[in-house]
Write a protein that binds this ligand. Structure first.
Ligand code: ADP
Length: 307
């Protein structure tokens, strides 16, 4: 299996403050790899080293088998970057943005226009080709930024928070296009603090918090390994957690106190509901639902997402 990115004991420090604390991960060809974590986890610091924007403090980081310290230029030619802020030239038209960006890769104007048009079609923006960027919606700007990152036909595309700030509809449109890109064989790395985004798009992901990787796996693996298939939320039951746990102990795989709530990981949701039937009226809320990556994160860190 081809390895596109390999990080070993990777460290990033800012003035002595360790933002990335010696992490290891591997990204394989043609997968969508997610770096999931709350604000301040170290996601951007990690990918900024990967795209050559910020120097590696310590450890090893290889992209396409090349050391980012010594081969930044060769790596950049084969890389597409979608920064957190769109940083498009708002005075220029949609097509002009693509052509100007292509010139940084020494792509001839004619080729840039042909390729640009293909990309605009792919991202449903062809009708906006001559429109000034300042007139585009947030979702369109985001799609244009992704299109721009593809102008050099990269093997690997790195996206920092690709859908932050978009409404749900615009977000789904971006997801659909990223999914199609993956089908075309492009390797994707994305950072996100959206659980749903990671769950929908990523083949594998790492959960990061405070500069470390807490676990790695497919979204499904992570959920099954840490939680199971379902969770039962008991609203405002934290105060009587000890009594409840003593009563239902054999029926659960684990639990988590989340604020005032008690969240149980049942072996069998219906059986657990049955066992709690007599006490039902005592809970502010009783909700049996499928387990999610958010539950995994809560369990691993003991706190929720703030982003
Ligand atoms: P994330 O992308 O997960 O939100 P970041 O990598 O941006 O996390 O930040 C990780 C930590 O490093 C945070 O504490 C942040 O304040 C700090 N940090 C990020 N960039 C810089 C910088 N350029 N200078 C100093 N500290 C920084």
């Amino acid at each position: 299996m081809d390895v596109v990115v390999a990080a070993r004991k990777l460290v990033k420090k800012y003035n002595g403050m360790e933002a990335v604390k010696g992490i290891d991960f591997t990204v394989r060809a043609r997968e969508c790899f997610g770096i999931l974590g709350p604000n301040g986890a170290g996601k951007s610091s990690t990918i900024n080293m990967l795209i050559g924007l910020s120097p590696v403090t310590a450890g090893e980081l290889r992209v396409f088998g090349l050391d980012v310290r010594t081969a930044a230029r060769q790596i950049k030619r084969r890389l597409g970057v979608v920064p957190q802020d769109n940083n498009l030239d708002t005075d220029l038209t949609v097509m002009q943005n693509l052509v100007v960006y292509a010139s940084y890769f020494n792509i001839p104007r004619h080729t840039a226009r042909t390729r640009g048009l293909e990309l605009l079609k792919f991202f449903d923006l062809a009708a906006k080709s001559g429109e000034k960027v300042e007139h585009l919606s947030g979702g369109m700007k985001r799609r244009l930024t992704i299109a721009r990152a593809l102008i050099n036909d990269p093997e690997l595309v790195v996206l920092d928070e690709p859908t932050t700030g978009l409404d749900p509809q615009a977000r789904h449109l971006v997801w659909q296009r990223l999914f199609r890109l993956k089908e075309r064989g492009v390797t994707l790395i994305l950072t996100t603090h959206y659980m749903e985004e990671a769950g929908q798009l990523c083949d594998r992901l790492v959960i990061m918090d405070r500069g470390t990787i807490l676990d790695t796996g497919t979204p499904c693996d992570l959920v099954h390994r840490h939680i199971g298939t379902e969770v039962l939320e008991l609203g405002r039951a934290a105060a009587e957690a000890d009594t409840l746990l003593a009563a239902v102990g054999p029926l659960i795989r684990g639990y988590q106190v989340v604020g005032d709530d008690l969240v149980l990981y049942p072996r069998d949701g219906r059986a657990l509901l049955g066992a709690l039937q007599d006490r039902q009226h005592r809970f502010a809320r009783l909700l049996l639902r499928p387990a999610s990556l958010e539950d995994v994160f809560l369990k691993l860190t003991g706190r929720g997402f703030d982003g």
